[in-house]
Design a protein around this ligand. Structure first.
Ligand SMILES: [Zn+2]
Length: 347
């Protein structure tokens, strides 16, 4: 299991519209639309991802960098994707380009551009850009000021080229799919398949006289749970319909820490909800991949472990759990109060 995390930046925002098309389309709005869909895609793939801005907000370069580094810490497994639309004085300029940092190889950028090409869109090239006053430094702050993360700028096309603009507006989801594919490929992550019905799930075929209420009672569950498991919008059932039923009569074990996978769940979502990690859930449940199926039962970690999130301090955690920094340091054998994102703390 790799440790990829993705910070998704929507370039510009608020009082800074970015480039503007002849027809009055603002780059900042396209960037945000792209970024939001990108978050959806990474989340679906089970990759932790977050947005730098979720609205039309003015953000200074300093604040943008602060948010980037605060998201998942300063490390090379953090990929920062800064989404932009280009503008050019050269008439007819078109196509996507990716700009990467001086500290990084071109692998990620090339993979992304390759996927965009495979999707049938025009591409330009991948490149680095140096500061004229100091050629050892990156030209763009998003590369220069972002520690050891792996930042790239994706310029999808030219906003002042009507053909490029229309192509991006009509196909932005396909562009994003290509970018996400390029990232997953670089980090060796297989795209997760949508949840499907496992052969091990218990099913029940509705017979004459059955009601959802009767079936729920028989399987020691509730009508609501059955409706949720089977994506039912009403409690009407037809004879012969095959229903997914909970695999064990009890939905919790003695510790109350069993979770039954519902439609739409990903291991990543569940991990987040229960304050743990995908790796931890895989370990606890002997999973060899992060694929989970509706109805599957997962063991959850006991509740006295806390996984450090971006922005946490030992002091905050101590306060939240009604203890002291000294106590947490003692229990966890810490020699300093420095903690890192992803670290597990005994409470
Ligand atoms: Zn821009």
């Amino acid at each position: 299991m790799n440790d990829l995390k993705v910070v998704i930046d929507a370039g510009h925002g608020g009082t800074d519209p970015g480039a503007v098309s002849q027809s009055g389309v603002n780059e900042k709005d396209l960037n945000l639309m792209i970024a939001k869909y990108m978050l959806e895609k990474f989340t679906q793939a089970g990759v932790p991802a977050t947005l730098i801005r979720t609205s039309d907000e003015t953000i200074s370069p300093t604040e943008r960098v602060r948010r980037i580094l605060a998201a998942y810490g300063d490390n090379p497994n953090v990929v920062v994707i800064s989404n932009h639309i280009n503008s050019s004085a050269t008439p007819g300029a078109e196509g996507t380009e990716v700009i990467y940092a001086l500290r990084n190889s071109d692998e990620l950028s090339k993979n992304i551009l390759d996927e965009i090409k495979k999707a049938g869109f025009p591409i330009r090239n991948v490149y680095q850009r140096r500061l004229p006053s100091n050629s050892n430094k990156d030209y763009y702050f998003i590369h220069r000021e972002t520690g050891s993360t792996q930042p790239i700028i994706v310029e999808y096309g030219y906003i002042n080229n009507p053909t490029d603009l229309k192509r991006i507006q009509d196909n932005y989801k396909k562009y994003v799919d290509a970018v996400v594919k390029g990232v997953l490929e670089t980090f060796g992550i297989k795209e997760t398949m949508p949840p499907m019905m496992p052969s091990t799930t218990n099913t029940y075929t509705v017979k004459a006289g059955d009601t959802l209420w009767n079936i729920a009672k028989r399987y020691n569950t509730t009508v609501e749970e059955l409706m949720r498991l089977n994506n039912l919008t009403s409690d009407l059932i037809n004879i012969g319909k095959v229903l997914i039923v909970p695999t064990s009569s009890n939905s919790t074990n003695s510790n109350g820490n069993i979770y039954t996978v519902k439609a739409g769940d990903t291991l990543w979502n569940i991990a987040k909800r229960y304050n743990t990690t995908v790796e931890e859930l895989m370990r606890l449940n002997n999973l060899s991949s992060d694929l989970i199926m509706v109805g599957q039962q997962l063991m959850l970690p006991s509740s006295n472990m806390y996984t450090v999130k971006a922005g946490d301090t030992l002091w905050n955690i101590a306060k939240r759990y009604n203890t002291t920094v000294e106590n947490l340091m003692k229990i966890n054998n810490l020699t300093s109060d420095l903690i890192t994102v992803g670290q597990k703390i005994m409470l």
